[in-house]
Write a protein that binds this ligand. Structure first.
Ligand SMILES: CC[C@@H](C(=O)O)C(=O)SCCNC(=O)CCNC(=O)[C@H](O)C(C)(C)COP(=O)(O)OP(=O)(O)OC[C@H]1O[C@@H](n2cnc3c(N)ncnc32)[C@H](O)[C@@H]1OP(=O)(O)O
Ligand SMILES: [Co+2]
Length: 134
């Protein structure tokens, strides 16, 4: 079902400082910061030859990364995003297999303008999984 690794997301307490680490210390090409109000986060993408890193900062009240940052105040790896050819087909198959799809279960439009869904970390080896339609 899953295809390419689209991105590895890192939640950070200070998005500007984290962007500077990737740009200035690691010499990476970083995107401009973008607010994602539908998702309660701000994002910066780092383009690597074989995948992307998504830096996530808190946006507004009730951000889904707030509790994670309370538990990991220096930040940490938050989720892996895999591409799937058809997100609703993938969701229906996963539900049949007993996996928990987070939120309403309906895909939202993600940072790349494509439908995304999240799967509960307890069902995937302790790792929060995002699916993005390829
Ligand atoms: C920009 C758009 C998009 C994109 O296109 O790329 C994004 O990436 S948006 C990114 C942010 N959005 C989301 O993460 C949405 C889905 N996430 C959630 O709904 C919640 O974060 C969550 C997964 C339900 C967790 O919420 P939280 O408030 O932390 O819940 P709990 O405290 O009840 O945690 C339950 C349980 O799960 C463990 N946990 C939580 N988060 C993670 C994580 N990121 N990785 C691994 N494990 C995680 C947590 O430790 C709890 O464990 P126990 O204490 O053992 O029960
Ligand atoms: Co993501």
């Amino acid at each position: 079902m899953i295809g390419r690794l689209n991105h590895v997301a890192i939640a950070v307490p200070d998005l500007k400082a984290a962007t500077a680490v990737y740009r200035d210390t690691l010499g990476a090409t970083v995107s401009p910061e973008e607010e994602q109000p539908e998702h309660g986060v701000s994002t910066v993408f780092i383009e690597l030859p074989n995948t992307k890193i998504e830096l996530l900062g808190v946006l507004g009240e009730g951000s889904p990364i707030a509790a994670f940052l309370e538990r990991n105040p220096n930040g940490g790896i938050h989720h892996l995003c895999y591409e799937v050819p058809d997100i609703k087909e993938a969701r229906d198959q996963l539900l049949k297999e007993g996996a928990r799809v987070l939120g309403s279960g309906e895909p939202k439009i993600g940072a790349h303008g494509k439908p995304v869904l999240f799967l509960h970390p307890k069902d995937f080896c302790g790792t929060l999984v995002e699916l993005e339609e390829a």
